[in-house]
Design a protein around this ligand. Structure first.
Ligand SMILES: [Zn+2]
Ligand SMILES: [Zn+2]
Length: 241
Protein backbone atom coordinates (compact mmCIF):
# COMPACT_ATOMS: atom_id res chain seq x y z
CA UNK A 1 0.00 0.00 0.00
CA UNK A 2 1.30 3.41 -0.89
CA UNK A 3 0.09 6.65 0.68
CA UNK A 4 0.83 9.94 -1.04
CA UNK A 5 -0.01 13.12 0.82
CA UNK A 6 -1.20 15.41 -1.98
CA UNK A 7 -1.96 18.21 0.46
CA UNK A 8 -1.49 18.70 4.20
CA UNK A 9 -2.80 22.20 4.97
CA UNK A 10 -5.87 22.87 7.12
CA UNK A 11 -8.46 25.57 6.55
CA UNK A 12 -6.09 28.47 7.20
CA UNK A 13 -4.63 31.30 5.13
CA UNK A 14 -0.90 30.79 5.77
CA UNK A 15 0.77 28.28 3.51
CA UNK A 16 4.34 27.07 3.18
CA UNK A 17 6.08 24.89 0.64
CA UNK A 18 5.64 21.93 2.98
CA UNK A 19 1.94 22.62 3.56
CA UNK A 20 0.71 24.28 0.38
CA UNK A 21 -2.38 22.38 -0.72
CA UNK A 22 -5.44 21.57 1.38
CA UNK A 23 -5.40 18.14 2.99
CA UNK A 24 -5.86 15.36 0.44
CA UNK A 25 -4.59 11.78 0.41
CA UNK A 26 -3.96 9.38 -2.45
CA UNK A 27 -4.11 5.68 -1.55
CA UNK A 28 -2.69 3.20 -4.06
CA UNK A 29 -2.83 -0.56 -3.71
CA UNK A 30 -2.25 -3.00 -6.54
CA UNK A 31 -4.60 -1.85 -9.33
CA UNK A 32 -6.77 0.52 -7.31
CA UNK A 33 -6.38 4.16 -6.33
CA UNK A 34 -8.62 6.38 -4.25
CA UNK A 35 -8.33 10.02 -3.24
CA UNK A 36 -9.71 11.14 0.12
CA UNK A 37 -10.94 14.75 0.06
CA UNK A 38 -10.46 17.44 -2.58
CA UNK A 39 -10.75 20.98 -1.23
CA UNK A 40 -11.21 24.26 -3.05
CA UNK A 41 -7.46 24.60 -3.71
CA UNK A 42 -7.90 21.91 -6.34
CA UNK A 43 -10.44 23.84 -8.43
CA UNK A 44 -9.02 24.05 -11.93
CA UNK A 45 -6.49 21.29 -11.31
CA UNK A 46 -6.98 18.47 -13.83
CA UNK A 47 -4.79 15.89 -12.15
CA UNK A 48 -6.97 13.17 -10.69
CA UNK A 49 -4.07 10.70 -10.38
CA UNK A 50 -6.09 8.02 -12.28
CA UNK A 51 -8.19 7.57 -9.13
CA UNK A 52 -11.00 5.02 -9.24
CA UNK A 53 -12.96 7.05 -6.69
CA UNK A 54 -12.90 10.12 -4.47
CA UNK A 55 -14.05 9.77 -0.85
CA UNK A 56 -15.31 12.83 0.99
CA UNK A 57 -15.00 13.19 4.77
CA UNK A 58 -17.35 16.19 4.99
CA UNK A 59 -18.75 19.07 2.97
CA UNK A 60 -16.51 21.90 4.19
CA UNK A 61 -14.73 24.01 1.51
CA UNK A 62 -11.28 22.64 2.35
CA UNK A 63 -12.43 19.02 1.88
CA UNK A 64 -15.08 18.96 -0.83
CA UNK A 65 -15.28 22.15 -2.86
CA UNK A 66 -12.69 20.98 -5.36
CA UNK A 67 -15.49 18.68 -6.57
CA UNK A 68 -17.90 21.49 -7.43
CA UNK A 69 -17.25 21.14 -11.16
CA UNK A 70 -17.51 17.35 -10.99
CA UNK A 71 -15.08 14.43 -11.01
CA UNK A 72 -14.05 11.89 -13.67
CA UNK A 73 -14.75 9.00 -11.29
CA UNK A 74 -17.41 8.02 -8.74
CA UNK A 75 -17.54 10.11 -5.56
CA UNK A 76 -18.44 8.58 -2.17
CA UNK A 77 -19.86 10.73 0.62
CA UNK A 78 -22.29 10.40 3.51
CA UNK A 79 -25.98 11.24 3.15
CA UNK A 80 -25.37 14.42 5.19
CA UNK A 81 -22.55 15.52 2.91
CA UNK A 82 -24.57 14.85 -0.25
CA UNK A 83 -27.32 17.14 1.06
CA UNK A 84 -24.73 19.92 1.21
CA UNK A 85 -23.18 19.01 -2.16
CA UNK A 86 -26.47 19.03 -4.07
CA UNK A 87 -25.36 21.67 -6.56
CA UNK A 88 -22.04 20.01 -7.37
CA UNK A 89 -21.82 18.73 -10.96
CA UNK A 90 -20.99 15.17 -9.95
CA UNK A 91 -22.51 12.43 -12.13
CA UNK A 92 -21.53 9.30 -10.24
CA UNK A 93 -22.80 9.88 -6.70
CA UNK A 94 -22.38 7.05 -4.22
CA UNK A 95 -23.50 7.08 -0.62
CA UNK A 96 -21.01 5.71 1.90
CA UNK A 97 -23.14 4.60 4.85
CA UNK A 98 -21.70 4.60 8.35
CA UNK A 99 -20.37 1.14 9.23
CA UNK A 100 -21.02 -0.12 5.70
CA UNK A 101 -17.73 -1.30 4.19
CA UNK A 102 -17.29 -0.76 0.47
CA UNK A 103 -14.83 -2.78 -1.58
CA UNK A 104 -13.54 -1.14 -4.70
CA UNK A 105 -11.03 -3.29 -6.59
CA UNK A 106 -8.24 -4.02 -4.11
CA UNK A 107 -9.19 -1.42 -1.49
CA UNK A 108 -11.90 -1.64 1.19
CA UNK A 109 -13.08 1.45 3.02
CA UNK A 110 -15.63 2.05 5.76
CA UNK A 111 -17.04 5.39 6.89
CA UNK A 112 -17.24 5.96 10.65
CA UNK A 113 -18.86 8.97 12.30
CA UNK A 114 -16.73 11.63 13.93
CA UNK A 115 -17.77 14.76 15.81
CA UNK A 116 -16.61 17.94 14.09
CA UNK A 117 -19.31 20.33 12.91
CA UNK A 118 -23.07 20.56 13.29
CA UNK A 119 -23.32 22.25 9.87
CA UNK A 120 -21.24 19.67 8.04
CA UNK A 121 -21.36 16.31 9.83
CA UNK A 122 -18.12 14.44 9.22
CA UNK A 123 -16.86 10.91 8.86
CA UNK A 124 -13.44 9.33 8.94
CA UNK A 125 -12.49 6.38 6.74
CA UNK A 126 -11.03 3.09 7.89
CA UNK A 127 -9.14 1.92 4.82
CA UNK A 128 -7.90 -1.65 4.42
CA UNK A 129 -5.44 -2.85 1.79
CA UNK A 130 -4.48 -6.50 2.19
CA UNK A 131 -3.15 -6.92 5.74
CA UNK A 132 -2.62 -3.19 6.32
CA UNK A 133 -5.14 -0.63 7.44
CA UNK A 134 -5.33 2.94 8.62
CA UNK A 135 -7.94 5.43 9.79
CA UNK A 136 -8.09 8.85 8.11
CA UNK A 137 -9.88 11.66 9.95
CA UNK A 138 -8.43 15.09 9.16
CA UNK A 139 -11.05 17.18 10.99
CA UNK A 140 -12.52 16.07 14.28
CA UNK A 141 -13.24 16.55 17.98
CA UNK A 142 -13.70 12.85 18.69
CA UNK A 143 -14.50 9.50 17.12
CA UNK A 144 -17.84 7.96 18.10
CA UNK A 145 -16.73 4.31 17.81
CA UNK A 146 -13.07 4.74 18.51
CA UNK A 147 -12.30 1.05 18.86
CA UNK A 148 -13.85 0.24 15.47
CA UNK A 149 -11.91 3.09 13.91
CA UNK A 150 -8.51 2.51 15.47
CA UNK A 151 -8.38 -1.04 16.84
CA UNK A 152 -5.75 -3.04 14.95
CA UNK A 153 -4.88 -0.14 12.62
CA UNK A 154 -1.27 0.40 11.54
CA UNK A 155 -1.67 4.17 11.35
CA UNK A 156 -4.00 6.91 12.49
CA UNK A 157 -3.87 9.87 10.11
CA UNK A 158 -5.35 12.74 12.07
CA UNK A 159 -6.14 16.40 12.56
CA UNK A 160 -3.18 18.78 12.84
CA UNK A 161 -5.22 21.93 13.36
CA UNK A 162 -3.72 22.38 16.81
CA UNK A 163 -0.82 20.77 18.66
CA UNK A 164 -1.87 21.44 22.24
CA UNK A 165 -4.33 24.37 22.25
CA UNK A 166 -7.99 23.44 22.62
CA UNK A 167 -10.16 24.41 19.63
CA UNK A 168 -13.21 22.65 20.96
CA UNK A 169 -16.35 24.74 21.35
CA UNK A 170 -19.80 23.85 22.56
CA UNK A 171 -22.82 24.72 20.48
CA UNK A 172 -26.33 23.51 21.37
CA UNK A 173 -24.92 20.79 23.58
CA UNK A 174 -22.66 19.39 20.86
CA UNK A 175 -18.94 19.80 20.60
CA UNK A 176 -17.49 21.29 17.45
CA UNK A 177 -13.98 22.06 16.31
CA UNK A 178 -10.68 20.24 16.51
CA UNK A 179 -8.99 17.95 18.97
CA UNK A 180 -5.37 18.79 19.81
CA UNK A 181 -2.74 16.39 18.48
CA UNK A 182 -1.80 15.68 22.10
CA UNK A 183 -5.29 14.21 22.71
CA UNK A 184 -5.25 12.25 19.44
CA UNK A 185 -1.95 10.66 20.49
CA UNK A 186 -3.67 9.50 23.68
CA UNK A 187 -6.33 7.77 21.55
CA UNK A 188 -3.54 5.99 19.64
CA UNK A 189 -1.99 4.86 22.92
CA UNK A 190 -5.33 3.60 24.24
CA UNK A 191 -6.20 1.69 21.06
CA UNK A 192 -2.70 0.36 20.43
CA UNK A 193 -2.04 2.26 17.20
CA UNK A 194 1.75 2.56 16.88
CA UNK A 195 1.90 5.61 14.60
CA UNK A 196 0.02 8.88 14.12
CA UNK A 197 0.62 10.88 10.97
CA UNK A 198 -0.44 14.49 11.28
CA UNK A 199 -2.13 16.18 8.31
CA UNK A 200 -4.57 19.13 7.93
CA UNK A 201 -1.92 21.27 9.63
CA UNK A 202 -3.11 24.43 11.34
CA UNK A 203 -1.60 27.78 12.21
CA UNK A 204 0.50 26.40 15.06
CA UNK A 205 2.47 24.22 12.64
CA UNK A 206 2.20 26.11 9.34
CA UNK A 207 2.62 29.53 10.95
CA UNK A 208 5.59 28.50 13.09
CA UNK A 209 8.84 30.35 12.61
CA UNK A 210 10.57 26.99 12.83
CA UNK A 211 8.34 23.97 12.22
CA UNK A 212 10.95 21.67 13.75
CA UNK A 213 10.20 23.14 17.20
CA UNK A 214 6.60 21.96 16.85
CA UNK A 215 7.67 18.59 15.45
CA UNK A 216 9.91 18.11 18.48
CA UNK A 217 7.02 18.99 20.80
CA UNK A 218 4.74 16.48 19.02
CA UNK A 219 7.48 13.83 19.24
CA UNK A 220 7.71 14.45 22.98
CA UNK A 221 3.93 14.05 23.44
CA UNK A 222 4.12 10.84 21.38
CA UNK A 223 7.03 9.44 23.40
CA UNK A 224 5.14 10.10 26.66
CA UNK A 225 2.35 7.91 25.24
CA UNK A 226 4.64 5.24 23.85
CA UNK A 227 3.62 5.87 20.24
CA UNK A 228 5.33 7.45 17.23
CA UNK A 229 4.30 10.57 15.34
CA UNK A 230 5.20 12.18 12.04
CA UNK A 231 4.04 15.44 10.50
CA UNK A 232 3.11 14.87 6.85
CA UNK A 233 4.10 17.37 4.16
CA UNK A 234 2.92 17.84 0.61
CA UNK A 235 4.32 15.12 -1.63
CA UNK A 236 5.27 12.81 1.25
CA UNK A 237 5.03 9.15 0.32
CA UNK A 238 4.76 6.20 2.63
CA UNK A 239 5.05 2.59 1.56
CA UNK A 240 3.65 -0.24 3.68
CA UNK A 241 4.60 -3.77 2.67
ZN1 LIG B 1 -10.79 21.02 7.38
ZN1 LIG C 1 -14.17 20.81 8.56
Amino acid sequence: MKLTFLGTRGYIKPRTERHYMMASLLVSYRHTKVIIDRGEDWIGNDNWYDANAVLVTHAHPDHAWGLKAGAPCPVYASKDSWERMGSFKIDKRRTAGIHEPVTLGDITFEALGVEHSTRAPAVGYRVTCGRHSFFYAPDLVYIYDRQDALGGADIYIGDGSTVDISFVRKRDDTLIGHSPIRTELTWCHKEGVPLMIVTHCGAQIVGAEDEQVLIDRIDAFAAERDVKAAVAFDGMELLLR
